[in-house]
Design a protein around this ligand. Structure first.
Ligand SMILES: Cc1ncc(COP(=O)(O)O)c(C=O)c1O
Length: 405
């Protein structure tokens, strides 16, 4: 795989850092950089063919309406959904989870019911359920994370019962980088007739997901973590689930007939997409999918796996560096601490070296409590990273240690 050719498609890497050194971007789990094709799709929309969609009979509106429909179709194929009706555009993963919480689960949740999540969830897949439980007098049950970072599946098996109204888990932890065994968890939940929501925010940038074979009921992702723009994402839902839900928002674009007394609503997916869409975002997301599909899936996986193993080996050789969780089922994402130096100091020091990593609790405070640390450093890789980036990180961490200790 020609990484330098891939990297050359990302104009940001041609910019020097403020200190004049090469830019090493290792915060891909937060958000990834954008290839030229994504930037071009957005620029073309605003500079050459700007219009609304779904509402005008004039040519740019028809072109853009067709393009937005095409993106929906691409997402459908990408996820292997049964139909375009199951693909709803949202502003991102957080938005999608909140929509399922408010419109799917809230009407069927009563006092004493349970919602199961895991201890490793991002706040986006925790707080909507927690607040719903508080409102309804329901209970949030939490799958413990083992020392290895793997979810305790035996706990799950013993807590799935009639009271559980939803299992909501991430496909991959944004802190530990450990991929969960979704097939097994979904089968366990479905045996008891419990619907399952999958937070795939950390997955689709490096792994493909087939929603039909996975058989999840909902799946969410954000385009900005997979080379696309911010503020746009997808809520996949099985048609029968989306049909049962009232429109997420009320307003224009979702109606058949409106009188002062009442309104009738369109079929899926329009029913759930009131208001003017994030058209530039959707077009950018379409270009991002094209970019991902232009890469050889197996080569990408092999490259990311090589980078992750290489990074684990190099990082582990640093005295006082502790990696969170085990090495199995690992996404290209490593969280660690360095004895005696606060993660924020490390990340500030690395920034001076032109290296971007994330420091903090990664919007997963309960997981930090579980591992009894306030914060960690997270280095996460995308297809444009190479071994030289890891070497730069390694050298800079040694320099950080000699500066602080
Ligand atoms: C696992 C996980 N879920 C949800 C989110 C929220 O994504 P967004 O902010 O794009 O809605 C993130 C973002 O970091 C994440 O890593």
């Amino acid at each position: 795989m020609d990484i330098s050719q891939i990297k050359s498609q990302f104009p940001i890497f041609r910019q020097p850092t403020p200190k004049g050194n090469d830019f090493v971007y290792l915060d891909n789990a937060a958000t990834s950089q954008k290839p030229q094709c994504v930037i071009d799709a957005i620029t073309r929309y605003y500079s050459e063919e700007y219009s609304t969609v779904g509402r005008g009979a004039y040519w740019p509106a028809s072109i853009n309406t067709a393009r937005v429909n095409e993106v929906r179709s691409k997402v459908k194929t990408f996820l292997n959904a049964a139909s375009e009706r199951e693909i709803v555009f949202t502003s991102g993963t957080t938005d999608g989870i909140n929509k399922v919480a408010r419109n799917f689960l809230a009407p069927r949740l009563t006092a004493g019911d349970h919602i199961i999540i895991s201890e490793a969830e991002h706040h986006a897949n925790l707080i909507p359920w927690q607040q719903l439980c508080l409102e309804k007098g329901a209970e949030l049950k939490v799958i413990p994370v083992l020392e290895s970072g793997v979810l305790d599946e035996s706990w799950l098996a013993s807590h799935l019962n009639d009271k559980v109204k939803l299992l909501a888990v991430s496909a991959c932890s944004n802190v530990l980088g450990i991929k969960n065994d979704l097939n097994s968890m979904i089968s366990l939940a479905h045996e008891k007739g419990i619907p399952v929501l999958v937070d795939a925010a950390q997955t689709l940038c490096h792994d493909r997901v087939d929603v039909m074979s996975l058989n999840c009921d909902f799946l969410l992702f954000s385009a900005h973590k997979m080379f696309g723009p911010t503020g746009v994402g997808v809520l996949y839902g099985k048609a029968q689930c989306l049909e049962q839900m009232k429109p997420f928002n009320y307003g224009g674009g979702i109606v058949k007939e409106v009188t002062m007394q009442g309104s009738s609503f369109q079929d899926l997916p329009a029913k759930h997409e009131a208001g003017t869409a994030n058209i530039s975002g959707i077009l950018g997301m379409g270009a991002a999918l094209d970019f991902i599909l232009s890469l050889d899936e197996k080569e990408t996986a092999a490259h990311l796996s090589d980078l992750t193993s290489y990074a684990l080996d190099r990082l582990e050789s640093i005295e006082g560096l502790k990696i969170m969780g085990g090495k199995d089922h690992k996404a290209p994402l490593i969280s660690f601490t360095l004895d005696g130096i606060h993660p924020h100091d490390i990340s500030t020091f690395l920034s001076e070296e032109g290296i971007c990593v994330r420091a903090g609790h990664h919007c997963a405070q309960p997981l930090m409590h579980r591992f009894q640390i306030p914060a960690s450093i997270r280095a996460s890789f995308a297809v444009y990273n190479d071994r030289k980036d890891i070497d730069r990180l390694y050298e800079a961490l040694l320099k950080t240690q000699s500066f602080f200790l």
